[in-house]
Design a binder for this molecule. Structure first.
Ligand SMILES: Cc1cc2nc3c(=O)[nH]c(=O)nc-3n(C[C@H](O)[C@H](O)[C@H](O)COP(=O)(O)O)c2cc1C
Length: 336
């Protein structure tokens, strides 16, 4: 019997779609998902995804080149739809023959899905509602990630377990659907696979892998934290629709509340429009995450983390994490 045969049988469509050994994606994490972690995940049989975040086209070009020197396995690139140079970033991916592009952060702008498909890459989309998921899959999306509010980073309002019950019975038979948010162990993977998902995406569980370049202070904060410490940010002004972010509570969380009030006042004085206000908020997050991940400022930076953070206990190689998840998944399925 091949290793993990029951798990892999349920993951088969995801494995074929991604071109790797196990349908476990490491979701893109800005500043964390760079060449080292991405190549480690893909070399371990998972699917690594570069987080482009606010990178310029030149930086993304360099990151893809470097990643390719570290792995010959497939990996993807995550692009934020509101990036001002989105189409140039797509062109960079084309130049490198990137096979999978994840479009995150909102509805893909007109022409972006077509531009990706024109060079044969597959498009992976996120959708917070079933109606939008169907629309995106109809208009060119090749696969869908459903991500619940247990996840780290920017989140929607609904939990993974409810999204899975809403989306999978309707979509899983005809579409490639990956489930994300709050997954810390393989038993949970087994359940989502049985419900029809053909793979899963994890972020928090991989953020502290040995190969992750996250600062030791960032990793220590994760090891100490419990599920309840990963809190969703609060919106302070009803006019300013800030997408909530789940992160470990610290001084940075309070500063974010202050930042929202500052931007709301700029709106009051009509010194910025709504688009600019939201962009300022997003830039704030990118800067705060960098302070925590790269500089190790775990007081003032943003410690984006999902509720599964309580299951992150120590630094382990990406390969060990993937093997453990697959063992737990296989044991659960074998015991049914
Ligand atoms: C530190 C951190 C940064 C993240 N940055 C991004 C990002 O830049 N783009 C994105 O699409 N998702 C981002 N995410 C979400 C992950 O890609 C992934 O979907 C999520 O972590 C899965 O849920 P989990 O944290 O419960 O495993 C981030 C998550 C974390 C923990």
């Amino acid at each position: 019997m091949t290793e993990f045969s029951k798990s892999k049988a349920l993951m088969q469509r995801g494995i074929d779609f991604l071109g790797c050994e196990t349908a476990i994606l490491c979701g893109a994490m800005s500043w964390v998902s760079e060449r080292n972690l991405v190549s480690a995940i893909s070399n371990a049989g998972g699917f690594g995804v570069i987080a482009c975040g606010a990178m310029t086209p030149d930086l993304l070009d360099a990151e893809i080149t470097a990643t390719k020197t570290l792995t010959d396995k497939p990996f993807g690139v995550n692009l934020i739809t509101m990036h001002p140079n989105l189409f140039e970033l797509i062109e960079v991916c084309n130049k490198h023959g990137v096979t999978h592009i994840v479009l995150a952060g909102g509805i893909p702008p007109k022409g972006s899905v077509e531009a990706i498909k024109a060079f044969g890459a597959k498009v992976i989309v996120f959708a917070p509602t079933l109606a939008l998921a169907k629309k995106l899959l109809r208009s060119g999306g090749d696969a869908l990630v459903i991500e619940g509010m247990e996840a780290g980073g920017h989140i929607g309002p609904v939990s993974t377990s409810v999204l899975a019950q809403e989306f999978l019975p309707e979509l899983a038979e005809d579409h490639v659907v990956f489930v994300a948010g709050g997954i810390g162990r393989g038993e949970a993977i087994a359940s989502y696979l049985e419900m029809g998902a053909c793979g899963v995406q994890l972020g928090t569980r991989f953020a502290c892998a040995s190969e992750s370049i996250a600062h030791p202070n960032f990793k220590k904060a994760f090891f100490r934290a419990k599920a309840r410490d990963a809190e969703a940010s609060v919106q302070v002004d009803p006019r300013l629709p800030v997408i909530p972010v789940r992160a470990l509570k610290n001084k940075g969380t309070e500063e974010f509340t202050a930042k929202q009030l500052e931007v709301a006042q700029l709106l009051n004085r009509e010194e910025v429009d709504m688009g600019e206000a939201q962009l300022q908020i997003e830039h704030y997050w990118a800067g705060a995450l960098r302070r925590a991940v790269i500089d190790g400022d775990v007081e003032n930076g943003s410690l984006m983390a999902g509720q599964s953070v309580g299951m992150v206990k120590a630094e382990e190689p990406a390969a060990a994490i993937i093997t453990e998840l697959m063992q737990q998944c296989e044991a659960a399925l074998s015991g049914r």
